[in-house]
Each structure stands twice: as C-alpha cells, then as structure tokens.
Write a protein that binds this ligand. Structure first.
Ligand code: SAM
Length: 300
C-alpha cells in the first residue's frame, strides 16, 4: 500500500459508511435519550449538546464519484441516512438540550447540515450554534464554560481519523461532561504502528495518545535478545499480539485518567469483511451514566 500522509486524517474506503455507522449512531441515540431523561431531575444545570465533528448531515462527500465507487454507498443508503445531529434534534418524547453546538472544520458541510435540519423543521425554538473550525479549539472553549459548574454537557467526538489531540481531552478533566469518542483503532492507528516499530508518524501518535514515543513503544512492541548463528546477541523488536484491542485498551485507560468511569469494553465496529476498524468508547464521572452506556453497547 503506498503510504499516503492523509491517511492519518481521512481513512480509506472502509472508513465511512456501512452497517457499522448505524450501530454507532443507534447506540449513541439510545444513550442520549436516557441522559436527557435523567438530567430532567437536575434543572440547576443547563444542558449542552456538543458535536465536534458534525458533518453535513448526509454521507455524501465532495469526492462524490470516487467515494461512491470505493464506498459502495447506495443511493438508498444516502437518501435514508440520519446523522447524529438529525437524530439528536428528533428524540422521542420531545426531549431536548438547552444548547446545541455543531462544529465542523468544513464550512460547506455546516451550511448543508443547517439547511437539512431546518428543512426537516427540527430547529424551531432550539438554541443552535454552527461553529466552523477545528474541533480541538472548540473543545477547549467549551471546557472553560464547563468549569463554571452551570452546565452539564454531552459530547460526541465522531471524527474520520485521528483529529482529536489529547491536549483537548485533558481540558475536560473535572467537568460535568459525558463523552462518546470514535477511535480509528483498526482503520488508522494500527496502520501507524508498523511491524518493526519505526513509527514514521510518531508525532501523530504522541498527540493522539498524549504519550511520549518511549511509552507508545512500551505498549505496542516487545524487545527480544536473540543469539545469532555466530553467538552474538541481537535485539529484535516485534509488534504485540492483538494490537487493535490494545489500542482501544490504551485509549480507554487514558480516558480513565480524566474521567472516573469508562466503558472498558468499547463498542467494536467492523467493516464488511469482519475486521475491526473503529471502537466507540464512553467516559463520564457518573457511575450510573457508564452503567447505562455499558448496557446499551453490551448486546450489540
Ligand atoms: C465522520 S464525519 C461526521 C459524521 C457526523 N457526525 C454524522 O453523524 O453524520 C467527520 C466530519 O469531521 C470533519 N472534520 C475533520 N477534521 C475536523 C477537525 N479537525 N475539526 C472539526 N471537524 C473536522 C469533516 O469535515 C467531516 O464532516
């Protein structure tokens, strides 16, 4: 496979579209309904819905033709697609947040999203902000507001790739925030962990995990001293067994340093060949919140 720097940010064909997207969004919507039902008992907190990678509300992409070929997105699939934003504005029992923040680096995606949501009459009477730009910047902005203790936030971070910097996650420490994060375990991170441990994209791995190279190597490689034919000692490096599971475990462990509770067994999302491409993980400082999340993802 020719190495394409962009792969760090935009995954290959398995990355976008297919049954795993529905699994992810169904689990998330179920959680949001429970979350708002419980938060009704705490009127002292204003509720925020923060979607850091809101998208355009559909699966279409500017590289429409290519993408369709690669991704086998059926016209029907695209016509029926309901992204997270649309689902959250259309919850059963009319549950809603006090504030909605839809973020996307792509201004045209945000405009399409706004048009779609308004076209569906889902925005009336709701306080909705569409903010273009880097999610990392807006996460930090939101964290500042959350430290005022007036709010409770539900955060969805649903990037294609490794766009979330650990330094942004750190800012959410000690906040009343529940977060769902899509981790590109199999589709990207595992590809950056090359067999020999040369780690050409070490900076990306370091900013993603918030860990130095030495720690990353410790987690994903084993050193062995071997005797050569001539009796010399030779060091060999090998990649750990089940690296994709270990990527999910390490990221969950890191989240557990920021929030008291995480779903140790995140939702595993697989492509059409059954390979694990993403993990969808949840974290919160509230024990019942994580119980609900676990109950939702366990049977899937
Ligand atoms: C997987 S899509 C989002 C899908 C959407 N959440 C849904 O449910 O339909 C990822 C989106 O992230 C946006 N994006 C990529 N990098 C970003 C960044 N650094 N900050 C904010 N948005 C970004 C892309 O433009 C794309 O629209």
């Amino acid at each position: 496979m020719t190495w394409n720097k962009n792969i760090v940010n935009e995954p290959s064909s398995e990355g976008w579209g297919g049954p795993w997207t529905e699994k992810k969004l169904n689990a998330f919507s179920k959680y949001v309904w429970s979350y708002l039902t419980i938060l009704k008992k705490y009127p002292q907190w204003k509720t925020i819905y923060f979607d850091g990678f809101a998208g355009s509300g559909s699966k279409e992409s500017d590289e429409k033709t290519d993408l369709y070929q690669q991704l086998k997105i059926s016209e029907d699939e695209e016509r029926t697609y309901k992204g997270a934003a649309e689902r959250i504005l259309n919850l059963k029992d009319g549950l809603s947040f006090d504030y909605y923040y839809f973020i996307d680096k792509n201004q045209s995606s945000l405009s399409k999203l706004k048009e779609k949501l308004e076209g569906l009459n889902l925005t009336e009477g709701k306080s909705i902000s569409y903010r273009p730009g880097d999610a990392n910047k807006w996460i930090k902005e939101m964290a500042r507001a959350l430290h005022t203790d007036k709010f409770a936030a539900l955060v969805l971070l649903d990037p294609f790739g490794m766009q979330i910097d650990w330094s942004s996650i750190e800012e959410l420490r000690n906040t009343r925030s529940d977060v769902w994060i899509l981790i590109p375990t199999g589709v990207i991170v595992n590809r950056l962990l090359d067999r020999k441990g040369e780690l050409k994209n070490i900076q990306k791995l370091e900013s993603f995990f918030g860990l130095p190279e030495s720690k990353i190597k410790e987690h994903f490689y084993r050193k062995e001293i071997k005797q050569t034919l001539f009796g010399d000692e030779e060091e060999s490096i090998s990649k750990v067994y089940k690296p994709i599971e270990k990527i999910a475990a390490l990221y969950s462990q890191r989240l557990n340093e920021i929030w008291k509770y995480v779903t140790e067994e995140p939702l595993k999302l697989k492509n059409s060949t059954g390979a694990t491409i993403f993990h969808f993980v949840f974290a919160s400082n509230n024990p019942s919140a994580v119980r609900i999340a676990k109950d939702i993802i366990k049977p899937i």
